[in-house]
Design a protein around this ligand. Sequence first.
Ligand SMILES: [Zn+2]
Length: 152
Amino acid sequence: MLGATARKLRALGFDTEYFERGLDPELKKLARSRGRIILTSDKALSQLAAREGVTTFFVNGRSEVARFRSIALQASLNSVDLARGPTRCTSCNQALTLVAKEKIGDRVPSSILTRHRTFYECPRCGKLFWKGSQWSRLRRLSYLLRQPVPKP
Ligand SMILES: [Zn+2]
């Protein structure tokens, strides 16, 4: 249910695995073995995982802004520092690398090529990225994660 949120977190540089469906015990096992935090909108899963000592953020809200505020609150409640790394591929979570504009050729429309100087490529799936109009929206969302959230 948090697929769009997961893609945005990856673009913002958070190492994010996403499971559309998963058995709760498998998710908990994965989170524990890889030292990951479970983000879920499933209240039952969040309570169960938290009881078993897996750090879990219960993420709610209908809008992306509300969900990001929810993540910031959960991070604050769990004393988790939301440190970002390099921008990641929204599809496969691989860290992106810079790619020379000359090497892009006709892989993007020429209008994009003339308007942007910096391009990134996913070394795993080959998808290309640039900081288009969606990037400013993403940056606004990322500010929500950096603001201190008062604990209720
Ligand atoms: Zn990729």
